[in-house]
Every structure is written in C-alpha cells, then in structure tokens.
Design a protein around this ligand. Sequence first.
Ligand SMILES: Nc1ccn([C@@H]2O[C@H](COP(=O)(O)OP(=O)(O)OP(=O)(O)O)[C@@H](O)[C@H]2O)c(=O)n1
Ligand SMILES: C[C@](O)(CO)[C@H](O)COP(=O)(O)O
Length: 232
Amino acid sequence: MTDTAIVAVVPAAGIGSRMQADRPKQYLTIGSLTILEHTLLKLAAHPAISRVVVALSPDDEYFEQLALHNADWLTKVYGGETRADSVSNALAQLADHEWALVHDAARPCVSNEDIANLVSQIDNPLFSGGILATPVKDTMKRARPGEPALVLKTESRDNLWHALTPQLFKAGQLREALADALANGIEVTDEASAMEYAGVPVALIDSNPANIKITRPADLPVAQFYLQHNLR
Ligand SMILES: Nc1ccn([C@@H]2O[C@H](COP(=O)(O)OP(=O)(O)OP(=O)(O)O)[C@@H](O)[C@H]2O)c(=O)n1
Ligand SMILES: C[C@](O)(CO)[C@H](O)COP(=O)(O)O
C-alpha cells in the first residue's frame, strides 16, 4: 500500500434544498451522529488518509456544536457558491504533490474497502486519477423538456456508470483543471468532469452502490439501514 500523502477533501457547504429539512442535510442525524460526523469520522479513521479538509458554509451555525469541530486532524475552510468552488477552496490547503480524495459529506455509507480499493490504484504508475462508480442497472430514459415528463428517447446503458465519490486526483492537477474548466464555462458537477476536460484519463472503480448520496427524504431510511447494519 502506498505511503503517499492522501488528504480527504469534504465539500459540506451545501444547503440541502432537495431534502426540504429544517437544517442543511449534512446536520441531520442517523443513529447518534450527524451525517457529516459519520462521513468525517470514517475518513479520519481510514489508515490511508493523513488528514481531512472540510469546506463549510460561511453561514454554518451547526459545525461548532459537533464534538469533532476542533479535531487536530481537521482543517476548516469556507465553501463557495457551488460544490466545485467549495472543492477549489479546500484544495488551497493541499500541496501540488498530495493526492486529493474528494468525498461528498452527503455520502456517509461509503465502505472502507472501496476507499482502500481506490487508494490502492496509486501504486499503479499509469494511474492518473479515478473515481468510485457503479454500472447503471436500470433502463435510462431521456425526457422531453417541460411538464408532464414524457419520454423523448431511451439512452443506451452500455458502458454507462453512476459516478460516486471519493474521487482521487493529484491536488495540483485538480486545482488547475477546475480553474480551467470553470473559466471556460464547463459544467463541473464532479471533479472528474474537470479532469476529463483537461484530457486526463479517469479510472472507473467498480464499487458498492450502497454508497448513496443522501439527497431527498426517501434516502434517509436507506442510509440508516446501511449504516446501522454496517452493510458494505
Ligand atoms: N456550494 C456547495 C454545494 C454543495 N456542496 C456539497 O457537495 C455535496 C454534494 O452536493 P449535494 O448533494 O447537491 O448537496 P446540496 O447542494 O446541499 O443539496 P441540494 O442540491 O439539494 O441543495 C454535499 O455534501 C454538499 O454539502 C458544497 O460543499 N458546496
Ligand atoms: C459528485 C457527485 O456526488 C458524483 O455523482 C455528484 O455529481 C454531486 O452532485 P450534486 O448535485 O452536487 O449533489
């Protein structure tokens, strides 16, 4: 296993509008911990990860109440208007040579095994970066614009994957790629989008679909099941 410096970068500055809760979704609790605590503690406990940088909203009024808020392994930065801005702000805390393992705060169910599998790719000299992902299982439909939603066409699901997180790239390369993509108006909904725009090969690492992104209310009981049954 590599002894290269790997720093977890956690964008946690969102408002969770799709969750329609009384607080940003990362501060909803599952069991005895908030979603953010589940995620940060899992990353901090992973032997491959040296430290964690978390991007918080400037308006965040919850983080300081968490027991881990002043942990010595944790660096806090302000997030930005978009997820990509939050990641870029956090990357300022990393040296170019360090590997950035970017992981959504909203994905607490990621398994240690999948993290280890992604990180182990660093030992391959041909590896330039990669993401946890899972092949699409359902038939995929493209809708016509407007309401009611009507099928425009069925998209081929051949070689179609769900991109998950963590996403692992050299911090210097990712910093440059994000700046370049954003400067050119490229839609960046994940780090891989920027690296693809930069022409960097991105490995798809097949991983457990239990690594859901908690987004809507129906996701909470599913995440609770996975976390409480330690399913991976
Ligand atoms: N400006 C932003 C927007 C999102 N995020 C983070 O990026 C992750 C994935 O984003 P998403 O699931 O879309 O979270 P929200 O943006 O909070 O959700 P919504 O789109 O429903 O408002 C989350 O951990 C969120 O906190 C962030 O750090 N900074
Ligand atoms: C990064 C991500 O989780 C990969 O699927 C996803 O793109 C985040 O999207 P969001 O709209 O910011 O939740």
